[in-house]
Design a protein around this ligand. Structure first.
Ligand SMILES: [Zn+2]
Length: 116
């Protein structure tokens, strides 16, 4: 599956959470996790971008710990202003990775065109 498509699905997931229409089930409903988590994050576009595993280096841990410490819920969704801020940071980060992957794909295309 195309990594750009996977990350776009992730942006959509966080859009739904921000809109109050979705929740975050972590590895169970994260589009890249569902494909890459079985391989212990190897090859995951988020992991490749942060250089770390398990979403460290992304806004995810802040969201995760806020949900556990403030709301004590397994099904993570927007319940207060801080939730909204953290979910938005996560959505923006997913979008940043989409843009990065698109730029990389564009670079590769150009290399091919200018190559021998
Ligand atoms: Zn909250």
């Amino acid at each position: 599956m195309n990594k750009i498509k996977i990350m776009e699905a992730s942006v959509k997931k966080w859009d739904r959470i921000i809109a109050g229409k979705g929740s975050d089930g972590g590895v169970f409903d994260c589009p890249p996790c569902r494909i890459f988590y079985v391989l212990i994050c190897i090859g995951c576009p988020i992991s490749e971008y942060t250089g770390k595993k398990f979403c460290k280096g992304s806004p995810y841990p802040d969201w995760y710990w806020h949900q556990i410490e403030e709301h004590g819920e397994f099904r993570k969704k927007v319940r207060c202003d801080e939730c909204l801020r953290l979910a938005t940071a996560m959505r923006d980060y997913m979008q940043e990775i989409v843009d990065h992957l698109k730029a990389e794909a564009e670079k590769k295309k150009k290399l091919k065109r200018n190559g021998p």
